[in-house]
Design a protein around this ligand. Structure first.
Ligand code: SAM
Length: 242
């Protein structure tokens, strides 16, 4: 069992924890009602024009490819670059069947801007369950803004419970009643799942995260939540670059 602070794992340790959990990831999220539907909802909320024809999209923190599949469904004609720092999660993603338009890149997202070749390279970015796991979310939001061409959308799909005592109580009950025990049974190590709980309880409320996005240069920033037990718990944060 790993040692965690009140905010969860040290952020440099997070991709390694996902390596440990990679083989069980799809089974565990598949048991979470709405997980895949909600990723699809966030991808659709990006309002990608013309099925993504002629566009290049980034799936930041793609994991085993669940968010990549959602992006592909919303934009079947786009080129999609999917980036993750965990070799184990990417191995699971690459083992699935993808069209040639989807490419996986093993890299910390913090280093990816340089590899991408500079500013304005993407027509949309989806970052699902990533920002909370980064050491410096503000710096990453600024990098995302730089990677997007003017007018393009960033969608951050993320847990955020700090604005609601009710959401906090449901989140803690679901984590300790279901997610942490199930993760322990499946992987013999509860570190990643206890990190999940703490990283969410210590993360921004929706209003604070919207302010972070605006401060990083995004306009029209707003958020929408999900149906199901995740109502008020999982949100899509949307903003555009000038
Ligand atoms: C909860 S998973 C989400 C995966 C996928 N987006 C989904 O919706 O199922 C978070 C992913 O972020 C990745 N990650 C965490 N920190 C990262 C970093 N600094 N750079 C790139 N990926 C990172 C992890 O390896 C993990 O695969």
């Amino acid at each position: 069992m790993g040692r965690l602070s009140r905010a969860g794992l040290r952020r440099a340790e997070v991709p390694g924890a996902f390596d440990v959990g990679a083989a069980a990831y799809d089974t565990l999220v598949g048991a979470n009602p709405g997980y895949h539907d909600h990723l699809r909802i966030s991808a659709r909320r990006m309002r990608i024009a013309d099925g993504g024809r002629g566009l290049r999209l980034l799936d930041a923190g793609c994991g085993t490819g669940a968010s990549t599949a959602a992006l592909l469904e919303a934009a079947p004609h786009a080129e999609i670059v999917a980036v993750d720092a965990s070799a184990g999660m990417l191995e699971q993603a690459r083992a699935k069947t993808w069209p040639d338009s989807v490419r996986f890149v093993h890299s910390p997202i913090e280093d990816f801007s340089v590899q991408a070749g500079g500013a304005g390279k993407f027509d949309g970015i989806l970052a699902a369950y990533l920002l909370r796991n980064l050491a410096d979310p503000d710096a990453q939001l600024r990098r995302f803004a730089a990677l997007l061409r003017p007018g393009a959308t960033l969608a951050v799909h993320e847990y955020s419970v700090a604005d609601s005592k009710y959401a906090q109580a449901i989140w803690t009950a679901v984590c300790w009643g279901i997610i942490i025990p199930a993760g322990l049974v499946k992987t013999r190590d509860s570190t990643l799942y206890r990190h999940l709980w703490r990283s969410v309880t210590s993360f921004d409320g929706a209003a604070a995260f919207q302010r972070r996005m605006a401060a990083a240069g995004f306009t029209g920033v707003h958020s929408e939540t999900m149906p199901g037990w995740q109502h008020g718990i999982v949100h899509t944060f949307l903003g555009e670059v000038r």
